[in-house]
Design a protein around this ligand. Structure first.
Ligand code: CMP
Length: 140
């Protein structure tokens, strides 16, 4: 059964014109792009998106960065979408990410790490809902 997950292309990658390259790479990994939205988050929205990191020392910096420019949110679908996307995206720190991963190839540092990927099916559903990208029943 196909599964959905959420990819967010972060401001550093949008600014460097990497949306097309990143989506093309994922399409070649047999992900289907089901929904796509470009949006400039307000700081309060970025804070809400990353509420799970409340109290972490990096949150303030992360929120400022995530609201510094437009992001691109995509709903991606394939078998094992959540775990496969995490694998293709690579470790949080681009310097530690495996060769050939998106963060290794396009990330700059831990904050400007090019993309975010949902970490579990439940998180994916919540994050897709956050961006108002949930597919209607007849579209699924
Ligand atoms: P992301 O997958 O979007 O989820 C949370 C983000 O916090 C993470 O990617 C990083 O961009 C950011 N971040 C910044 N500093 C850290 C850190 N020390 N540990 C984990 N995440 C960090």
């Amino acid at each position: 059964m196909p599964q959905q997950t959420m990819l967010m292309i972060k401001p550093d990658a949008v600014e460097r014109n990497l949306c097309g390259k990143i989506l093309a790479r994922l399409e070649s990994e047999r992900f289907q792009v089901r929904r796509l939205k470009m949006i400039h988050l307000q700081p309060a929205e970025a804070q809400r998106f990353y509420a799970v990191h409340e109290g972490k020392p990096f949150l303030e910096n992360l929120v400022a960065y995530m609201s510094s420019g437009p992001i691109c949110a995509a709903v991606l679908e394939r078998e094992d979408a959540v775990s496969h996307l995490r694998r293709v995206v690579g470790a949080t720190d681009p310097g530690e990410a495996e060769t050939g991963t998106i963060r290794r190839d396009f990330g700059i540092d831990k904050t400007r790490n090019a993309v975010h990927a949902s970490d579990a099916p439940e998180t994916a559903a919540a994050e897709i809902g956050f961006f108002g990208l949930t597919l209607d029943r007849e579209e699924r």
